[in-house]
Design a binder for this molecule. Structure first.
Ligand code: SF4
Ligand code: SF4
Length: 161
């Protein structure tokens, strides 16, 4: 009876000894990140480099960790200027709710996973700072442009480089 168990154990050991490595020598080697993986939140931009964020505050309200913040100045003509779009990356649980809730497709869950820092202050980031927010009219115009020329849609959805 125990002989069968011994043979099974030896067979399993031999099988594991013969298989290729399943780990890599990080950071010298890196595995390919699955397309749907979610890491740090990052802003998205139009082709001309201006941010897609309209400073609507939806993501700030929806974040269960309360780690997004927007310091926005609204001008007399109702356009908005983003002083700072704060993000506490060290406290982000990468749930993706902010990205799902954004009505303007202005942020994404990036594949940026090497987020360790030696200075804790570096965990408080500004996704955007001192920049004009996009307007609804700009988004409408971009939608119309893409509808007329769908092939022009950027492959990465305008991801920050
Ligand atoms: S991914 Fe989740 S925890 Fe992180 S900022 Fe977005 S909503 Fe908040
Ligand atoms: S990232 Fe999206 S949801 Fe958040 S403020 Fe900007 S437009 Fe609104």
């Amino acid at each position: 009876m125990w002989g069968k168990g011994l043979i099974n154990g030896l067979r399993l050991s031999l099988k594991n000894a013969m298989r290729g490595p399943i780990t890599v020598q990080y950071p010298y080697e890196k595995l390919e990140i699955p397309e749907r993986s979610r890491w740090a939140v990052r802003p998205k931009f139009f082709d001309d480099g201006s941010p897609k964020c309209t400073a609507c505050m939806t993501c700030v309200r929806v974040c269960p960790d309360h780690i997004l913040s927007l310091d926005v100045e609204t001008r007399e003509d109702k356009t908005k200027h983003i002083e700072a779009f704060g993000y506490e990356v060290g406290a982000c649980m990468m749930c993706g709710l902010c990205v799902e809730a954004c009505p303007f497709d202005a942020i994404l869950m990036s594949h940026e996973y090497e987020l360790a820092v030696t200075d804790p202050a570096a965990l408080s980031e500004n996704l955007l700072e001192n920049t004009d927010a996009a307007t609804s009219a700009r988004h409408k115009a971009e939608k119309e442009k893409l509808a007329a020329h769908p092939a022009d849609e950027p492959a990465g959805g305008g991801e920050a480089s």
